[in-house]
Design a protein around this ligand. Structure first.
Ligand code: CMP
Length: 137
C-alpha cells in the first residue's frame, strides 16, 4: 500500500469544504492514516515548498499557506499518489477536468483547495515534514 500527503489548504478550510474533500477520498477507497489541523509558521511553509523557492509566486504562496489553519492528512491506498492527483485535477482550476476537486471548488492557480504529493520521493519528504511515525495509523 502506498502513502501520500494530502493538504486541505486554508481556502478549503475557510470555505467549509473539509467534509466534502474527505468524502471524495474515502468514497474512492483511500484510507485516512493520519490527520491534523495546523496553522503553519512561515518556516514550516517555506520548508515544505522548498523546491519552489525560486519561483516568482513563492512569497505569495507562503503568505497564502500561512493565512489560516489547514488540514494535513496521510492517505493510504493502491497507487494513491497518482490517483489522488487525478482526483484533485490540474493546478489551474480552469484546466482541471470536470468533476475534480479543483474544477469544483478552486478559485485560482494559487488558491486551489488541495495539495497532493507528486512522487514517492516527495511523499516521503512531505509526510516526514509534518508527521512522526507514531502519528500514522
Ligand atoms: P501545489 O500542488 O500545492 O504545489 C505548489 C503550489 O504553488 C500550487 O499547488 C499552487 O497553490 C501554487 N502555484 C503553482 N503555480 C502557481 C502560479 N503560477 N501562480 C500562483 N501560485 C501557483
Amino acid at each position: 500500500m502506498q502513502k501520500t500527503l494530502s493538504i486541505i489548504k486554508p481556502d478549503g478550510v475557510a470555505k467549509k469544504l473539509i467534509g466534502e474533500v474527505v468524502s471524495v477520498f474515502e468514497s474512492t477507497g483511500f484510507r485516512v492514516a493520519a490527520m491534523k489541523m495546523k496553522w503553519l509558521s512561515k518556516s514550516e511553509a517555506e520548508g515544505f515548498y522548498y523546491v519552489h523557492r525560486e519561483r516568482p509566486f513563492f512569497q505569495e504562496l507562503i503568505e497564502f499557506m500561512t493565512s489560516g489553519p489547514l488540514i494535513l492528512m496521510v492517505l493510504e491506498g493502491e497507487d494513491v499518489i497518482k490517483r489522488n492527483r487525478e482526483l484533485m485535477g490540474a493546478t489551474d482550476p480552469a484546466e482541471a477536468a470536470a468533476g475534480t476537486i479543483r474544477a469544483r471548488w478552486a478559485h485560482s492557480k494559487q488558491n486551489n483547495i488541495v495539495h497532493g504529493s507528486d512522487s514517492e520521493e516527495s511523499a516521503k519528504f512531505e509526510i516526514g515534514h509534518f508527521f512522526s511515525g507514531i502519528e500514522i495509523f
